[in-house]
Write a protein that binds this ligand. Sequence first.
Ligand code: AMP
Length: 618
Amino acid sequence: MAKIPINIATGSLQQEEIIVGIDLGTTNSLVAIIHPETKQPVALKEHDSSSLVPSVIYFDETGSIVVGDLAKQHLIDSPERTIFSAKRLMGKSYNDIRNNASFFSYKIIDDNTESLVKVQVGDKFYSPVDLSSFILKELKQRAEHILKTPVNKAVITVPAYFNDAQRQATRDAGKLAGLDVLRIINEPTAASLAYGVGLDKNEHKIIAVYDLGGGTFDISILRITGGIFEVLSTNGDTYLGGDDLDNAIVQYWIQQCNIDTAKLENDTSFAQAIRLKAEQAKKHLSANDSFDDQLGEYTFSLSKEKFESLIRPLVDKTLQCCRNAVKDAGLKATDIDTIVMVGGSTRVPLVKESVSKYFGKEVNDQVNPDEVVALGAAIQADILAGGNKEFLLLDITPLSLGIETAGGLMDVLIPRNAKIPSKAARQYTTQVDGQSGMRVSVFQGERDLVKDNRKLAEFNLTNIPGMPAGLPKVEVSFLINADGILTVSAKELRSGVEQSIEVKPQYGLTDAEVEQMLMESITHAKDDIAVRALTEAKTEGEQLLKTTERFLQKNAAELSKQELIDTANAMQALQLSITMEDKDLVHKKIEELNEISRPYAERIMDTAISQAMKGKQV
Ligand code: AMP
């Protein structure tokens, strides 16, 4: 009857699988979890280092990939091998970024097509999905190292303005990194959760989430009623963030120091060095009144006052977005109850003051603005894990979704700002007698002609039985799931012929590329499985050692001398096997320690139970 408490390897102390929250940022990324004891969200970090992992990837000459702080250092010495701001490329074609191509110091392939951009490093090509997967892989490994347990499940946040293609790309990057992405959620939704807004069922509030990160600006207006989050409107600028504040400083210094702009164009190392110096100045000025420093032959200085005059137009631009968002939500600035500040750039005093002035209220900035989104993602992960079942998150579609109809017209099935999840269906028919196929082209956007919108996918409904034109009834259905990802299906209702498609958003992965990625994941699957099995065995061994130790501290007096010696030897052998990276050996030693401890564990339990029974009246 008695369970053996010491056998935790298979027993009741087994921990539930952890789900992490990940903020995959333009500048920095990080992982957070709900602390198992305090039940509070915490960002993961190694000892006293930062929780932020720079979203920077460095490819060295030998093909090794370095992510984070170490990679960031190479921005100066190897700008062409060091990739930053990869998130800006997610789901983008070269045409999308053409005007901003000079922003990147690495090589972006201009194939002049609609397909997704690729980045070239040496003789290798990487898609933004690959690049994001490298960052996610690093985050996963860090989390596993810190938590000493495998991490396979995650909630990942994306900007509210990410379209389906970009959400799907983020999900794919997670998959490539070996993560089961349980949910993609909007960053502002996560940030509000981190402030605990809406946790009280009786709370009714309108919230503005002002997110000025490294590369992007995003303002979202949310309504929270009875524990339900609803995004009323979103606005922002994909090319406005801390990087632009840095840029304003760079431009000023170039002018002040008479630096030849050709030097900046030709000497990428110098360009990066001056960028980093400008960022340093900006951060310094968040807490000080002036900055002075040297870079080679140049002396750079900047007063807080001058800095504020340089960035005021950028701050004003964000306020204009706020005005638009408030208007789209059908509200006035004074209707906003709470303002949440997100993103490292909201540390700039002028930003805080300006936002506070516009809304006529103090802003909420108590939670670390770099961590707040990840912390919210961890809370969402906890909700998914069953920790908080009563929550519902409602998001909206940022752009309309529809199909192409005769004459290249956009026929919207799911309008912009529709609540997610969402479903819609509409019937169409053929134009020609005996027409046996129908092409379904899916577009996203607000324009009337599909050529002005963004194509997401295309498929053919085939095998429609020959009928006169206008007779077949083809029902096209759109389904956006809770992650904001779209599935399109088409069914000819008279014959039942049906075709459905997981929307393959045109963010650039051709079938061959997907196949290659799959092949690669299969090739590496063996290694991945082996690594995971070893990590699991080691964790199991370490946990068993800890419980045995605790058990001995309490019960050593009940053990014979021989039992103590045998246990000590078995523990030592297990400890040794853990350091030897041999999964089978670890399992063997776990089993041996269990064999030794089982008899006395049972004995002690039985004694404890019979003593407890003695004291009771039966
Ligand atoms: P994120 O995308 O949220 O990681 O944004 C990071 C941005 O915040 C970068 O542009 C940083 O330069 C900026 N940042 C971080 N700390 C500060 C600070 N103390 N003052 C001003 N900007 C900061």
